[in-house]
Design a protein around this ligand. Sequence first.
Ligand code: LLP
Length: 422
Amino acid sequence: MNHFNYRQDALYCEDVPVTHIARSVGTPFYLYSQATLERHFGALKDAFVGDAPLICYSAKANSNQAVLTLFRQWGSGLDIVAGGELFRGLRSGFTPQTIVYSGVGKRVEEIDAAIGHDILMFNIESMEELALIDQRAGALNRKARIAIRINPDVDPKTHPYISTGLQKNKFGIDMAAALEGYRAAHRMPHIEVAGIACHIGSQITTLDPYRQAAAGLIALFKELQALQISVKYLDMGGGLGITYHQEAPPALADYAACLSEATEGTGLRLIVEPGRVLVGNAGILVTRVLYRKQGRAKSFVVVDAGMNDLMRPALYQAHHEVQAVERTSRPPIVADVVGPICESSDFIAQDRSMDDVRQGDLLAVMGAGAYSFAMSSNYCSRPRVAEVLVSGDRFDIIRQRENLQDLVRGEQLPHWLSTPTA
Ligand code: LLP
């Protein structure tokens, strides 16, 4: 359910016509609906009937400070994977004790910052990382809370690039080594064992992988109990899928019930780290048709957004619906929607039956609230696009479109070359 709807053939975001924003902001731009974000967060929260889990919104999906601030106001914690996300999270007012930190490659300065702020816990991904955190916590005269991120060797049945809980993946610590890991952690002077964690993948559309992973983690929990190693949290990560096209992800109530069942009778507090399910369908990318062109084999709609702005189709062959912002009664066409970039992977849709848009028309690329702006780049020296938030009949820019000067910020010629004139 989202708040992008047509009223008499014109696409609205809540109560604002998308064309109106395009006129004011220019194209391309990302557009988010606050009511949709709120609805998604509320629905997830309400899906848990028993003890409330700690919902730690996964900042990587969409880390705009306006989005983070909203989730924080609604009572969310934060899941981070980098010092930059800690920085954004703290700037957006998150209490450090609601922040969990995963990631296979945490750097010493990132670890120090997180220890310094006394975050809720580190999700440890290797024994070397654990040893470093113990050492840094000692040096900083602190104790660091940790969970071991278990690699439960479960197939989440999603795109291979976003499967993270298989033995061949780089993430987490194998179940077989986990017990030894906890024993070691328990002995370390500056470590407090706080939880057991996993994150098995993203855009998961069945509950079975969660069930399997949870069963493994709970078995481990029981072994830890027998060793008198106490644990407070069961962090099941994120990963719940959404409908981009024809996927039928589980209902939130079923997802919640599945995870709650796992913790029942254990005294463990559940943590979840949702990203996509909260923001994915709360955003669109609005782009303008630059040209139509008929090739020998294909029909092309050339738009002003490229793979640098939305790389999911190029990277994962991801499907995003494309629809005209102003619908006409013309019959649909079949075309590739392509961007201005110098690569054949620069497409938004391929062989797509779509509205017969013409030069100058606006297209909405749906389901672009998660991993969309967040993964955009300056490839081909293209300034990153603006982000806009709507609430009711109001809209505001929450990230300015970059300009040409932004492109060269931080660059400098070596001292042996003369100063440029421009
Ligand atoms: N927790 C951890 C440790 C994660 O690595 C992730 C996502 C999440 C939570 C949130 O997962 P979600 O609920 O959003 O599925 N760029 C890809 C998705 C990569 C996901 C990476 N980790 C895409 O565009 O589909």
